[in-house]
Design a protein around this ligand. Structure first.
Ligand code: ADP
Ligand code: ASP
Ligand code: MG
Length: 410
């Protein structure tokens, strides 16, 4: 009997009626002859509310205690969904992340899954029961509870699908699939029938919150058949696969954006050879991700600018100031209130004019780009936060992402 993993996000579980709807979708899969593992997020805005509660107690909560707090959200969902399934006559068992065998590295708040011990789940599936597993949470080998980062339930679903060799992993959410841009901000965004793992990974990494980046990474590495679809409509969703054969010749596939970005500049690095690695190893040792990097030279000194997330700013300044002597720099300045807007598409690799067109579109619309980074399949720029939405819309229009007719089959 084939296994399917079906994941419901918070907005799809925000009321008990929605939980009952999820239960009906799960039962339909079961009646279709499948073993079913449902993975769930916390109800509605629960995780945000828990973060607010912690913030009312302390500005710097211990990361371990944050994980202890946040994992309670998913535990509410698994029990209620399991009750709904039972009430509808199905046999269901709820499992926390640790009961489901999700083993992570020893990192709090943003842990990676290192193993899935699936024996327990497999035994329950063999008994014909539906499993309702908590997303976003795991346990270290020495028994500490961890979380996988915001949006991490997607990754739990894909990891379970990989471990169980599931025939499909469906991510059910409040949109009908992956769009050319976030439909909430870009009304002309169009649903894609399929997209490649690599393009989806870039979009997710660059802010397209519809999928957790590590879920896409995991799906690619384990060839998991992944789809994003609606939790309330029966419409066909988007398939994420090795090579999206439709629209192959489309140079730009999507526009992604992310706000709350800081540009940090370390002025007066005394010794470029030793200073550069010291700055970045200090940040890395504190799990602070650096994105775009620019190095500039003035007389005898080197200045180093890089972008980080706003939430990491305070910690980044603190850890660098602590190492000021060892690293050897003069001072740090931060510019906040920035956003990153990116265009993504595997066709870019052989089309050198794409970046030029992007800058022309931004310039024509009076949008200044403050930092730029490129890879084979993306170009990203930092802009002032209030220009994020117009920049995304202008780029979406200029690359004609809304205009194409979608082909229904390959
Ligand atoms: P869930 O609670 O189901 O995990 P999320 O809020 O994490 O849902 O993800 C769904 C949201 O992702 C959508 O409501 C949409 O606003 C946003 N989104 C961002 N980029 C895209 C995109 N390219 N395609 C579709 N949705 C996107
Ligand atoms: N509840 C967590 C969050 O809000 C995990 C998830 O939804 O995937 O980030
Ligand atoms: Mg999500």
């Amino acid at each position: 009997m084939g296994t399917v993993v079906i994941k419901f996000g918070g907005s799809s579980l925000s009321t008990t009626d929605k939980i009952k709807n999820a239960a009906r979708m799960i039962i339909a899969e079961k009646e279709n002859g499948k073993n079913v593992v449902a993975v769930v997020s916390a109800m509605g805005k629960t995780t945000d509310q828990l973060l607010t509660l912690a913030g009312e107690i302390t500005a710097r909560p211990a990361k371990r205690e944050m994980d202890m707090l946040l994992t309670t959200g998913e535990q509410v969902s698994i029990s209620l969904l399991s009750m709904a399934l039972t009430e509808m006559g199905a046999e269901a068992v709820s499992l926390t992340g640790w009961q489901a065998g999700i083993i992570t590295e020893k990192v709090h708040n943003n842990a990676r899954i290192v193993d899935v011990k699936a024996d327990h789940i497999e035994k329950i599936l063999q008994e014909g029961k539906i499993i309702v597993a908590a997303g976003f949470q795991g346990v270290t080998e020495d028994g500490e509870i961890t979380t996988l980062g915001r949006g991490g339930s997607d990754t739990t679903a894909v990891a379970l699908a990989a471990a169980l060799k599931a025939e499909r992993c469906s991510i059910c959410t409040d949109v009908t699939g992956v769009f050319t841009s976030d439909p909430r901000y870009v009304p002309k965004a169009r649903k894609l029938a399929s997209i490649s793992y690599d393009e989806m990974l870039e979009l997710a990494n660059l802010g397209a919150g519809v999928l957790h980046p590590r879920a896409v990474e995991f799906a690619k590495n384990h060839s998991v058949s992944l789809e994003v679809r609606s939790s309330s409509e029966s419409e066909k969703g988007t398939v994420i696969e090795e090579e999206a054969s439709m629209e192959k010749n489309l140079i730009v596939r999507g526009v992604a954006f992310e706000d709350n970005i800081t540009r940090m500049t370390v002025f007066g690095l005394k010794d470029e050879i030793t200073g550069l690695p010291s700055v970045f190893s200090t940040l890395a040792a504190n799990q602070i991700d650096v994105d775009i990097i620019i190095q500039s030279q003035t007389d005898n000194e080197t200045n180093l600018s890089f972008s980080i997330k706003d939430k990491d700013r305070q910690e980044a300044v603190e850890v660098l100031e602590k190492e000021k002597e060892a690293i050897g720099f003069d001072h740090i300045e931060c510019e906040t209130g920035l956003s990153k807007v990116s265009i993504v598409g595997s066709g870019m690799v052989s089309n050198p004019g794409v970046a030029a067109k992007m800058f022309a579109v931004l310039a024509d619309n009076g949008i200044q780009s403050k930092m730029v980074s490129t890879s084979e399949i993306k170009v990203s720029v930092l802009v002032d936060a209030e220009q994020m939405k117009p920049a995304a819309q202008h780029l979406h229009d200029a690359f004609e992402l809304g205009a194409l007719e979608e082909t229904a089959s390959k």
